[in-house]
Design a protein around this ligand. Structure first.
Ligand code: ZN
Length: 353
């Protein structure tokens, strides 16, 4: 069916970019400001790709990438329909709150597919899945390091031999980031799942792509996320290989680069395969205090290697942090202040063993 039916957006017109202000259903969301959504309905029929950012409100390069895609994708060149939502978690975006939604203090990316009678975040994720994701043929959720985190760009998808997981991995590989992490179970215990896993369970191939971090508008990170989504459009045959005119359009210079803090965000050169990782090991501190990492995102670490220390406010070491695995540091807490049981980093491992 073209244009596709996505009831919450009303009538979509072929060959047009349309701006929508939508109210998500859910009693807890009744007083929300409307959320901007952009539909780019191709002149020609094809699949529906749904892309959002801002599940975490402080991941700015992801948010900017969605905004830029909305301004640069040309409906005349698209086969199918691209639906873009720059920010899901608007309360966190407005208040610069990392990780959670400030209304219920819940991390929305741990409660997918949500619950229509649950807390604010549960109703919000439920609405996202049911109003958008289930109407799509593929789903891309853009993230990055949150305000206190730096990372090396990577893509996550569900592990498995089933059709949906296989298609998800193909999309993840096509995105073009250096690492692809396939995950078979949640990395943190919680009520629900992450976006990509919940979408896959509904039969929609899905990925979560991460670039940039530390609360900054890193231009390279915006660029790799924009190009990654364009790679996905080409993979899904929604954009022809020569449809390159949109690349680089709308590129802005930002005054404060994060280049000194975060590793460079680069797409793989054509013909290079991403490194596939199959296990995500998260490290926590036992003690609250000052965190002194010895490693940077993208660094390879060995099992038993001392990768940082946590000290008290007298300057004495409380704890040495030792890597429990061989792997690569995918994300790292950069802010020195850490809480008891505070998250320090995530290490991706090549095998499940
Ligand atoms: Zn995130």
């Amino acid at each position: 069916m073209h244009p596709p039916k996505i009831p919450i957006l009303g009538e979509l017109e072929a060959g047009r970019t349309q701006q929508h202000m939508i109210k998500l259903p859910g009693a807890a969301l009744a007083n929300d400001e409307p959320r901007p959504v952009i539909s780019i309905t191709g002149a020609k029929p094809g699949p529906v790709l749904f892309v959002n950012a801002g599940v975490h409100g402080g991941e700015y390069p992801a948010i900017e990438a969605v905004i830029r895609l909305s301004k640069t994708l040309d409906p005349k060149k698209i086969s199918g329909t691209v639906i873009l939502m720059p920010v899901l978690n608007l309360p966190a975006f407005r208040s610069r709150t990392p990780f959670v939604c400030p209304i219920d203090n819940v991390n929305p990316n741990r409660v997918f597919p949500g619950d229509p009678s649950g807390s604010y975040s549960e109703q919000m994720t439920h609405a996202l899945i049911n109003e958008f994701v289930v109407h799509a043929d593929a789903y891309v959720d853009l993230h990055g390091g949150d305000i206190p985190e730096a990372l090396v760009p990577f893509v996550i998808c569900r592990a498995g031999a089933d059709e949906v997981s296989k298609k998800s991995k193909e999309i993840a590989m096509a995105f073009g980031l250096p690492y692809v992490l396939t995950i078979s179970k949640p990395v943190q215990p919680s009520k629900g799942q992450s976006s990509y896993a919940a979408a896959a369970e509904k039969g929609i191939p899905a990925i979560l792509a991460e670039a940039g971090g530390v609360g900054q508008m890193e231009e390279e990170a915006v660029d790799v996320l924009v190009k990654g989504v364009i790679n996905v459009l080409k993979h899904l045959k929604m954009l022809s290989e020569d449809g390159r005119s949109e690349l680089g359009v709308g590129k802005k210079k930002t005054a404060l680069g994060a280049a000194a803090i975060t590793p460079s965000s680069k797409l793989l050169s054509p013909g290079t395969e991403p490194t596939v990782l199959s296990r995500f090991e998260w490290l926590y501190t036992k003690n609250a205090g000052m965190w002194y990492p010895n490693v940077a995102p993208g660094d390879e670490v060995k099992k038993g290697q001392e990768i940082g220390t946590v000290g008290d406010l007298f300057g004495d070491t409380l704890e040495k942090i030792v890597s429990p695995v061989n792997g690569v540091v995918l994300f790292l807490t950069i802010n020195p202040s850490v809480l008891e049981n505070g998250l320090l980093m995530g290490i991706g491992c090549r095998s499940d063993k």
